[in-house]
Design a protein around this ligand. Sequence first.
Ligand SMILES: [Zn+2]
Length: 558
Amino acid sequence: MNRADLEVLSSCFALPENMVITAIYPTALIVTVDLACDDPTARCPLCQQLSERVHSKYQRTVADLPCGGRRVRLLLTVRKFICHTSTCLQKIFTERLPDLVQSYARMTNRLRCWIEVIGRAAGGEMGARLAEHLGLRTSPTTILRRVMALPTPPAGKVSVLGIDDWSFRRCRKFGTILVDLTLHQVIDLLPDRTAETSAAWMLAHPEIEVVSRDRGEEYASAARIGAPQAIQCADRFHLAQNLTDIVEVILARCRAEIRKGSKPPDTTSPKQQNEGGTQQIPLFGELHADPDPLAGSAHLARHAERSDRYQQLVELREEGLTNKEIARRLDMAERTVRHWLTRGIPYGRAELRRKRSNGFDPFIPYVTKRWEQGERNGLRIFQELQAQGYKGCSSTIYRFLRSLRGYSVSPQGRAERAQAVPEAPLQQFSAQKAVWLFVRDLSDLDETEREELAAIRQASPTADGVYGLVQDFMRMIRRREGERLDAWLEHVRSSQIPELQKLVRSIKKDKAAVLAGLTLSHNNGQVEGQNTKLKLIKRMMYGRAGFPLLRQRVLHAL
Ligand SMILES: [Zn+2]
């Protein structure tokens, strides 16, 4: 190849101007390129004097970007120069090629950039696999080392800081995410969520004017200590979330009230008439004169919801409905229905012992089966159950058998039977689903959802009262009407709904921040978005790498 051809090649490889290709050896997998610097002089790194006296030459192998799908290896001829300055301690020095490759590096600057980008986007393991397809030879360790070597971008001046926690290891270990709410950028990750760590970070940023945070004590105290000059703002997202959680607990506690209140007046079963049809619906105030002992405990409220669902399930079974039909009506898995009928619902330990020792419920499927086989003798069934460990009295069994009377055996009969039991409204009621009907704006609900909401409110005075208060609060959040907070708190106080009293107490403790949250425009909504991105990166890392790498990946995320 003549010199002109080599010059063209040099430009094709986009090498720095002073680098000249002297030869190229392409093979099927790899292209080896001989090259050297053609500057006549080099500068001594110690005394900065130029020298043109070459002492010796040696060769260095450096990996470069792939070319046409083939790996490229640069065979670099490097010169050593003699320094002219008599007083310079560096008698001999090697020429520097900073535009192409760093001293002692095994890859060119531009290949290193590629590896960094791959590492930032895909991490070590996935990055190495991706690199292989792109014609790069590297390892997960090299990629991770490059990512770890990236300098931490300076946080700059933060005026509005969003702070939130994120779960590092599935709700067992938590870290803190810090977001510049003005620039929409993650500025740092902290390895825990203690007040001390966050406060220390804030102390280094005296320019912070607003701290938007959740309602937890840790970040509140961090902001008090670390950024006393800043306004604390209880984030609207978390306010809405607090309220949603509480409403769900109330609805769970009131499941029985909601369901029974909604039963149609013309039910055919006399049993239902006793329980629901003639029941007096208590007035809103009356209902809470004597607070429900279950009120206030989320755990007990959820248990109340489960118990009511179980009650409903047993009733339908006694009516003779099949597991499949019950599962459909209660919107449960058939497997769960079967488990509940054979083992009872998951109770607390003490209740479990009581239920199991005297309980008839686990034997229902067996008795039903015997009935279907044609057994009508109560005493015989009682004895069979005793042999199986039933400890209760025989009257329970007689009562159950009476409820089976008129229950057809054939599948066709079953279907008829199922049809004969009217489908009560709201029998699929689940607090977890219903809570969204309560917090969303009415105009966002479709026809079916509106009907369901109306039915719930009509059935339960508690739910109806809660609905008004929740909607009022959500309006306050959406329209930022902080000035109405006091009036709202007063309404809640007079409603005497115990769970909401707890919310009132906690808001009063943190009132300045809540008011700021309901008045200022700042909002942690974007922090949740950043949190989602963080989770994605965390999952991609298979949880193998530690916090420092995760922090690098998030701060340098593409
Ligand atoms: Zn020198």
